[in-house]
Design a protein around this ligand. Structure first.
Ligand code: PMM
Length: 316
């Protein structure tokens, strides 16, 4: 049964379930879909498909963060994301921009993005917090230690769960000091970023610890390498990224029952189904034993009224 901070972010939809963020990487080199949506028309078509399948948000990114990736220039990143964001926003799609750069975040917000998703949690660009604060935008602050080229050399922790919580709390304090409103900040423990496979499982299983930081949580395990490792063949061959969606959906259901605010995923339809199953499951688990008189289906998972739960409420 979930008891934790509010599971919504000011300025974004608040259904009584976890939000679904569909991944739209406009990059030539992302680990699971690199190059597929690099062309603007292909990206737009895919973004519309994500919405049709149930994405609440479409997360547009122009920089691959796979381990070892080299960074695009600012101009390359802008050229990749802005046409897609502009067109999707004009179609009333809720777009988040996946960027570590303040300049890209500002341009994306001007183009109609409604959320800044910063995998560096403000560490890659000293201007990021000020830019987000100035714009009044909702912000995802992820745990991060180093750029892609070096991140898998930075996996030393005394206690990964506690160290990630402390490092998140430190960045959170800086974000708040820079003027980002607390109700506009979500946290993300950064699955796959400066973490070994076992450390990812430690972090996923410690959702309660991150709830204690008092902000909505985003969980993004979709197709990541640690799932490929779990599902490897007997000869050690990793399960390829596109064949990790069923395992991703399992992590989605578990994270949503554990109270995640938002799930970021490539395969949106099963994710949208899983968050609805999780919300229904958690609501039933939260019913008092004497509540037989309450009709179980009286409050649909998408009803706005059901979504306006106070902090600490047990119903999703
Ligand atoms: N992972 C990736 C990209 N963006 N954003 C957040 N908030 N959390 C993540 O874990 C995250 C992210 C890398 O995965 P991709 O290459 O599939 O986009």
């Amino acid at each position: 049964m979930y008891v934790g901070p509010p599971r919504h972010l000011a300025g974004l939809p608040q259904p009584a379930r976890a939000l679904v963020m569909g991944v739209l990487n406009v990059t030539p080199d992302s680990f699971s879909d690199g190059g597929r949506w690099a062309d603007t028309d292909a990206a737009l078509a895919h973004g519309r498909r994500l919405v049709a399948e149930g994405a609440d948000l479409v997360d547009v990114g122009g920089e691959s963060t796979r381990p070892g990736a080299t960074r695009p220039s600012v101009q390359e990143e802008l050229d990749r994301v802005l046409p897609v964001i502009t067109r999707l926003a004009a179609e009333d799609v809720l777009v988040s921009v996946d960027t570590m750069r303040a300049e890209v975040a500002a341009a994306a917000l001007d183009a109609g993005a409604v959320l800044v998703n910063d995998v560096s949690g403000g560490r890659a660009d000293p201007d990021m917090f000020g830019t987000v604060a100035g714009a009044g935008a909702p912000y995802v602050l992820m745990h991060w230690r180093a750029h892609s080229a070096a991140m898998q050399q930075q996996t030393d922790y005394t206690d990964v769960v506690e160290d990630v919580a402390t490092e998140l709390a430190d960045q959170l304090a800086l974000a708040l000091a820079a003027g980002i409103a607390p109700e506009r900040i979500a946290l993300d423990p950064g699955i796959g970023f400066s973490k070994t496979a076992d450390q990812n499982w430690d972090v996923l299983a410690a959702t309660e610890r991150y709830h204690a930081l008092g902000h909505p949580l985003l969980v993004a395990a979709s197709r990541k390498r640690f799932l490929g490792t779990l599902l490897a063949d007997a000869d050690g061959t990793l399960r390829p990224p596109v064949d990790r969606d069923d395992a991703t959906t399992a992590t989605t259901a578990l994270a949503a029952v554990a109270g995640a605010w938002c799930i970021r995923a490539h395969a949106v339809r099963p994710t949208a189904d899983a968050v609805r199953v999780a919300a229904r499951w958690a609501r039933q688990a939260a019913r008092p034993p004497t509540a037989d008189s309450q009709p179980a289906d009286s409050q649909p998972a998408d009803s706005p009224a059901a979504g306006s739960q106070p902090a600490g409420s047990v119903a999703p």
